[in-house]
Write a protein that binds this ligand. Structure first.
Ligand code: ADP
Length: 229
């Protein structure tokens, strides 16, 4: 799914590298945490995976496609296969849960009858069937993030990338949200989560990639945050 070799990244020619010699492979169906202190390079690595930024040197391949060489017209197709979940949800607050998800389907050209069939299904998957017609601004933080996850999965991506998905949530709600991501993973979707949330990482016992000042310093199959440190 993701393969990097000798990947270096910096934001401009005169500044330091914020990622240094990253070599990693994420296989289909994996659940991976990317951890590390603020500024370690977690978001930068995720931005590279969705080709929001181009690699400075080295290679990054996603779905076998070299993102340094990918033609601009192919980028939307790449992103269509990746669902993105944000810390701050990035929903249309005045619109309903249904509309937010329907919108993600409309932009990929899904016909209306398919939208009407799929939106209730994904809302049911995240436990929000009864909130379909609620405006997002009337939902709790945890419910909003569940709408965010439903929106990320509705186009049936091969991979979900989540940047601090529990960053704005309390511990119980965080656990609920992560359990949903785990269920989605069990059904076959690859999941990559950047997080600070030590409790979550320790509890889930998944692969943990630890970044420190831009370097990959540990990669454990069934890791805990503490062991990574
Ligand atoms: P993390 O997600 O682990 O907190 P980031 O990837 O956001 O880390 O940041 C890594 C480093 O890159 C930090 O030093 C940050 O200041 C720098 N950085 C991030 N985005 C930009 C940008 N757009 N321009 C310049 N520097 C950036």
């Amino acid at each position: 799914m993701v393969e990097t070799a000798g990947l270096y990244q910096r934001y401009d020619n005169n500044s330091d590298y914020v990622l240094k010699n990253i070599n990693l492979t994420i296989n289909r169906g994996e659940f991976v945490f990317i951890v590390g202190a603020s500024g370690a390079g977690k978001s930068t690595l995720l931005k590279l995976m969705i080709r929001e930024i181009a690699p400075t040197s080295g290679t990054i391949k996603v779905f076998g496609q070299d993102l340094k060489r990918i033609p601009a017209r192919r980028i939307p197709y790449l992103r269509r296969n990746i669902g993105i979940v944000f810390q701050d949800f990035r929903l249309l607050e005045e619109r309903t849960a249904y509309d937010n998800i329907a919108f993600a389907l409309r932009v990929t050209g899904t016909p209306w009858w398919e939208i009407r069939r799929r939106v209730p299904r994904v809302l049911e998957m995240v436990g929000l069937k009864d909130k379909e017609r609620c405006r997002v601004c009337d939902l709790s933080g945890g419910e909003q993030q569940r709408v965010g996850i439903a929106r990320a999965i509705v186009n049936r991506p091969a991979m979900i990338i989540a940047d601090e998905p529990t960053g704005n949530l309390d511990p119980d709600t965080s656990l609920e949200v992560m359990n949903i991501l785990r269920d989605i993973n069990i059904q076959g979707t690859t999941i990559v989560v950047a997080t600070h949330d030590q409790e979550i990482v320790d509890r889930f016992q998944k692969r943990v990639i630890y970044l420190e000042k831009g370097r990959l310093v540990s990669d454990e199959k069934k890791g805990a945050y503490i062991r990574a440190l």
